[in-house]
Ligand binder design. Structure first.
Ligand code: F0G
Length: 482
């Protein structure tokens, strides 16, 4: 933490920015929150934003713009081909990553589609520390297979390991040998590993992965969507990075990985996607797919103002004061909850705080969807919207049996530069209340379960009457408070 307080008991993360544009929020009375979540089929994706107080469903595309980003948007050059905006985006990528070869895509998953189209065929395998939903979907759609090689420490919910996203390097070497290098489409490192709780990968581990790839002749890919949080953790948790400039870290990574792609909805505080490479041969392999799926090479499906905002946002991703804000607010929330005994993924990572719902409601079976039930309870108690990252987010096996998630998480994402500390304190307060009243929380059952992407569109209802009981207890404890 850069700023120390005189009275250490008041030590909190300090915002190094001020708010100059505001958006009014609604906090509905608890009875209306009950109605809203039931109308949404207990699926937070189906809630309306007007019914939400703190939207913590994602950190993607909802980060606050800086004054410089808004200014940059006003000079966007809207032309189909040869836009000056694209030249400025390339210059920003050059500054941040030090590379010249850049392709645009309309968002991160579109970059994944292009990567998969270029490298994946039936029988190929993609080795990675951990999958992300859209990454895996593109690979399997093309007949490829995903193999996860995160070190086993990554799946321990509570520990003090600073880099739980690290690859198990022995297993990586062995997997490349066993599958043979020819069958490996690429090795993908996901910075700030999303689905295990925004957990970072160390610089040492990333470089070791690229060394192994070079030795064995396989392509190395970095998913840099959550790299800005990851760089913050390298700087604060890894001795060799402490005195490195953030730019040195980005440049070093770009010089070692064959391909880097990212969602500019996360890295860049904007919207869009980018694919970069230090060697034009990789760019050339993917280039033909950009006009086919995205748009011409100088916009790739992105709106020019978003490209300008992303270019400026990338430059801001070098600034430790900006990139500290998310992880420090998350660490604050995690510590508040952990000190109170609420089960949370530890250590605090990037992206958001993650409630460990298998411990929150330990007697609830996977097929009553503990992570979704805790999410619904939290929305009723607070108007805070999180995201289920548990069994609902999995897909049933082809024979219809449930595939139980390894971790039943309720994710409370922290959009960057958006919330104030008092809002985060409110969130912590209400989570603590839900924790103290966890014996009221019951399970959920499907009323409508789509075959694919059920977590987006599916609807559920409470088993029994627990949601009304929770509202009654809220009134008892909070009186006429919202
Ligand atoms: N890679 C990672 C690590 C991500 O977290 C995401 C998106 C993507 C790729 C895809 O990018 O959304 O621009 O298409 N994560 C969002 C989330 C959806 O809420 O965690 P996208």
């Amino acid at each position: 933490m850069a700023v120390k307080f005189y009275q250490s008991e008041n030590q909190v993360p300090l915002e190094m920015h001020k708010v100059r544009v505001v958006q009014k929020l609604n906090l509905l009375p608890v009875e209306e929150r009950l109605r809203a979540i039931q109308e949404a089929g207990n699926n937070t994706f189906l809630l309306q934003n007007r019914d939400i107080y703190m939207d913590m469903i994602t950190d993607s595309g909802v980060n606050a713009m800086s004054d410089m980003q808004v200014a940059a948007m006003s000079v966007a050059d809207d032309s189909y081909a040869g836009s000056e905006t694209w030249n400025r985006a390339k210059a920003a990528v050059k500054t941040v990553f030090g590379v010249d070869n850049v392709l645009p895509a309309h968002q991160g998953r579109a970059a994944e589609n292009i990567l998969a189209e270029a490298f994946v065929k039936p029988g190929k395998v993609a080795l990675m520390n951990f999958h992300f939903t859209t990454t895996k979907a593109h690979i399997t759609r093309l007949g490829g297979e995903v193999v996860e090689l995160v070190d086993k420490k990554g799946l321990i919910p509570q520990s003090d390991d600073p880099f739980k996203g690290d690859f198990n390097l022995d297993n990586l070497r062995q997997a490349i040998d066993e599958y043979t290098p020819e069958r490996v489409a690429f090795v993908r490192v996901e910075a700030g590993t999303n689905l295990i709780g925004g957990q970072p990968v160390s610089l040492e581990n990333m470089l070791a992965v690229t060394d192994i790839c070079h030795q064995k002749g396989v392509v190395s890919v970095l998913d840099a969507s959550l790299l800005q949080d990851n760089v913050y953790f390298m700087k604060t948790r890894e001795a060799q990075c402490k005195y490195m400039d953030t730019k040195e870290i980005y440049h070093l990574l770009a010089s070692r990985f064959d391909i880097i792609y990212f969602s500019a909805r996360k890295l860049g505080f904007s919207r869009g996607g980018f694919i970069l490479s230090s060697d034009p041969k990789w760019t050339n392999m993917m280039m033909e797919f950009v006009p086919l799926f995205e748009g011409f090479l100088t916009y790739g499906g992105m709106e020019v103002r978003s490209i300008e905002a992303a270019a400026q946002g990338l430059i801001e991703s070098l600034d430790m004061e900006y990139i500290s804000q998310g992880p420090e607010f998350i660490a604050y929330l995690v510590k508040e909850l952990d000190d109170y005994g609420v089960p949370v993924i530890k250590p605090a990572g990037g992206l958001g705080a993650h409630l460990n719902c298998s411990e929150f409601v330990p007697n609830m079976p996977h097929n009553q969807y503990p992570a979704a039930a805790v999410g619904a309870a939290l929305y009723i108690a607070s108007g805070v919207r999180g995201m289920e990252r548990g069994t609902v987010s999995e897909q049933r096996e082809p024979d219809g049996t449930e595939r139980y998630a390894e971790l039943e998480l309720q994710r409370l994402a922290m959009p960057r530069r958006v919330f104030t500390l008092s809002q985060v304190k409110y969130c912590a307060d209400r989570v603590k209340w839900v924790w103290d009243n966890r014996q009221i929380i019951g399970g959920l059952q499907w009323t409508s379960e789509p075959k694919v992407l059920r977590f987006f569109f599916g609807r559920m209802k409470e088993i029994g009457h627990w949601q009304e009981d929770l509202v009654a207890k809220f009134r008892e404890d909070f009186g006429d408070s919202l």
